[in-house]
Write a protein that binds this ligand. Structure first.
Ligand SMILES: O=C(O)CCC(=O)C(=O)O
Ligand SMILES: [Fe+2]
Length: 301
């Protein structure tokens, strides 16, 4: 019995040291598990911090590249097709300091946008004219123009006109929107294609982004129209047109074939956001009420 007891006591000693070892190994195990758990928590925290700062940086970059200054209301979104959007605004007194032509000089002022007057195909054709013409020259800075007043082009024994139909449709649209007879308004100069990219300005001619009033900048303008020849967010970023108002600015996002038109006085102070990537094409076609400032078409002479 004694040996048994001894062996018994030996067994008890053995099992107690095994118990200690087991407890110790469990303790180490749990320390290890805790450490692994903490490390993985720390790793996830790092990943989510990196992720959210990356997201924030991309959002900031996105809004910078696409010209969002945060205090704007979009009048015309690039991916909507507008029938006719017209917003009336109170006329400024700018027209009073010029000779008035009743039935034409603005009494009703405002701004309109339409995507159904000029087709995308017509816009593409004009864009090709702009690309070809501007490829012969172009500014070293970001903004180039090609000024083609009447749009007449010799063709064999006759003339063709690069944008007569387009001009007539726009003139008709403006006449309807402002209740004026189109025979009392005349195409005026300058009529020009513009090409803008993100190259740094080299001269003041490249600084297209300054707020301005067309009636002051161009003198003869009473009604300005802009026909866009490329698409915001597809062809370029930034470069939205902004009507500047106290409080909230109103933006027009260009899309090929979109016509934006407005009375040219200070009721429509505006600017163009800087283009951050790509190339933006447009054509400015404007009208005057003063026949002395009108442009004839050689084909009509
Ligand atoms: O291209 C534009 O959107 C505006 C150009 C402009 O303001 C102008 O030609 O006077
Ligand atoms: Fe302008």
């Amino acid at each position: 019995m004694a040996p048994l007891r001894r062996s018994g006591s030996k067994a008890t000693e053995g099992s107690s040291s095994a118990g200690v070892e087991l407890a110790e190994s469990r303790r180490l195990d749990s320390i290890k598990k805790n450490r692994v758990h903490h490390e993985s928590q720390r790793k996830w925290l790092k990943i989510s911090l990196l992720g959210s700062s990356g997201l924030l940086a991309s959002l900031l970059l996105w809004s910078f590249l696409n010209g969002d200054d945060g205090v704007t209301e979009v009048l015309a979104h690039h991916n909507e097709i507008l029938q006719n959007r017209f917003i009336e605004v109170i006329c400024s007194e700018d027209y009073d300091s010029h000779k008035r032509f009743e039935g034409c000089t603005p009494r009703k002022c405002g701004r309109g946008i339409t995507d159904i007057v000029i087709t995308r195909e017509e816009a593409e054709q004009l864009r090709r004219v702009a690309e070809k013409g501007l490829s012969l020259g172009g500014s070293e800075g970001g903004a180039s123009i090609l000024d083609l007043h009447s749009g007449a082009l010799s063709f064999g024994k006759h003339f063709v006109n690069l944008y007569r139909d387009v001009r007539q449709k726009i003139q008709h649209t403006i006449g309807q929107a402002f209740d004026i007879n189109i025979s009392s308004m005349y195409l005026t100069k300058p009529t020009f294609f513009s090409r803008i990219n993100s190259t740094e300005a080299k001269t003041t001619h490249d600084e297209y982004w300054h707020p301005h009033i067309d009636k002051i900048t161009y003198g003869s303008f009473d009604y300005t129209s802009l026909l866009y020849l490329s698409d915001y967010m597809k062809d370029f970023g930034g470069g939205r047109f902004v009507f500047m108002e106290e409080g909230v600015n109103k933006t027009v996002e260009p899309r090929a074939g979109r016509v934006s038109f407005f009375t040219s006085g200070s009721e429509n102070l505006h600017r163009v956001e800087k283009v951050h990537w790509g190339t933006r094409y447009a054509i400015t076609i404007s009208f005057t009420c003063n026949p002395d400032h009108g442009i004839g078409d050689p084909a009509d002479l």
